[in-house]
Design a protein around this ligand. Structure first.
Ligand code: IPM
Ligand code: MG
Length: 357
């Protein structure tokens, strides 16, 4: 790849800018080794502090500028003094919808040295990927109130599923399963609730069955979402790749994030895989306001997100290099993944990952 990889950096709120700085540092270091050019543009003004000052959430001009990038590295959105939902819906969800980032990719991997709350589970037992649909379902914002504020109030929040929406996600998940090429066997599990959501999830089920015909090398399976939560705790080694709806994907990936050792390590990608699409990569941890500015927050999740960004952008060798380095650092250096207990500062962890690339 000869052209320059351009990345927009949105640090966001709380510890977001601190962790994102480490992600940028690691990408710069790996670009040197793998000999490609990378350039970063900062969009630090997009954050909760600006909203508190002048009421700006994100401007149309900013949405337009960010669209010019193929990749955005995002720190965290969410400020303790801003009522919940304003920044999340106004920035994070808006960008997911504006850029039609229809894949939410969440690898669930227990890195060496990282403690899982699941007793006896080892890194080889917790290594699967959740592909969450990212533009439909209850997130579509369809609904309303009737007789709001009265004792007769009615509220609806409609789950929207389209053939196009589920098919493009399911196909991407099949292709991802093929690329991942798990030596234990390629398997894609659909997670839904077909026994209750007999319209919408029937559409998912039928689409999944039909698409499966085109990927005969991938074994398919189905779990109800509640059973899936049970298996995550009991037999996580069973999974290879999971494909699921937006709302269920949101819920099960928090559970998955915990079994992989917590929010200090879990990363997510909001991906528009189409040519010219804009994708956005983020740590799953949130803005952790109480640790802001203390240089104690764990940047591994962001560095993990940086690796995903490179992988999805075609820089697979650089991405692998970062993954291996992360595993060296978690496996042989860090005392814990918890903020303030790592045995190193935020910036030192970034340095360690660079040194071990
Ligand atoms: C996530 C988050 C978001 C979601 C929130 C912050 C809107 O929980 O990325 O999983 O629900 O998708
Ligand atoms: Mg979530």
């Amino acid at each position: 790849m000869s052209e320059t990889l351009k990345i927009a950096v949105v640090g966001g709120d709380g510890t977001g800018p601190e962790v994102v700085a480490e992600g940028v540092k690691v990408i710069k270091a790996v670009a040197k080794i793998e000999k490609f050019d990378v350039a970063f543009d900062n969009y630090d003004e997009i954050c909760g502090n600006r909203y508190l000052k002048d009421g700006t959430i994100i401007t149309d001009a900013e949405v337009g500028k960010l669209r010019e990038y193929r990749s955005i590295l995002l720190g965290a959105i969410g400020h303790p003094d801003v009522p919940p939902g304003i920044l999340e819906r106004g920035i994070l969800l808006r960008l997911r919808f504006e850029y039609d980032q229809y894949i939410n990719l969440r690898p669930v991997k227990l890195f060496p040295g990282v403690e899982s709350p699941l007793r006896d589970k080892k890194p080889e037992d917790i290594d699967f990927v959740v592909v969450r649909e990212n533009t439909e379902d209850m997130y579509a914002g369809i609904g309303g109130w009737l007789k709001k504020g009265t004792p007769d109030e009615v509220a609806t929040q409609t789950a929207v599923y389209t053939r196009k929406g589920c098919e493009r996600c399911i196909r991407w998940a099949f292709e991802y399963t093929q690329r991942r090429n798990n030596p234990k066997g390629k398997m894609l599990t659909l997670v839904a609730k077909t026994n209750v959501l007999t319209y919408g999830h029937d559409l998912w089920w039928r689409t999944f069955q039909e698409c499966a015909q085109d990927y005969p090398d991938v074994k398919t399976d189905y779990n109800h979402v509640d059973a899936c939560c049970m298996w995550f705790v009991k037999n996580p080694e069973y999974y290879d790749v999971i494909v699921t709806t937006n709302m269920f994907g949101d819920i099960i990936t928090d559970l998955a994030g915990m079994i992989q050792g917590g929010m200090g390590v879990a990363a997510g990608g909001n991906i528009n895989p189409d040519a010219g699409g804009t994708s956005m990569y983020e740590p799953m941890g949130g803005s952790a306001p109480k640790y802001t500015g203390k240089n104690v927050i764990n940047p591994i999740a962001t560095i993990n997100a940086a690796s995903m960004l490179l992988d999805q952008s075609g820089y697979t060798k650089a991405a692998d290099r970062i993954m291996k380095s992360i595993m060296t650092v978690t496996g042989t250096k860090m005392k814990s993944q918890a903020a303030g207990k790592m045995g190193y500062s935020t910036t030192e962890i970034g340095d360690l990952v660079c040194e071990n690339l």
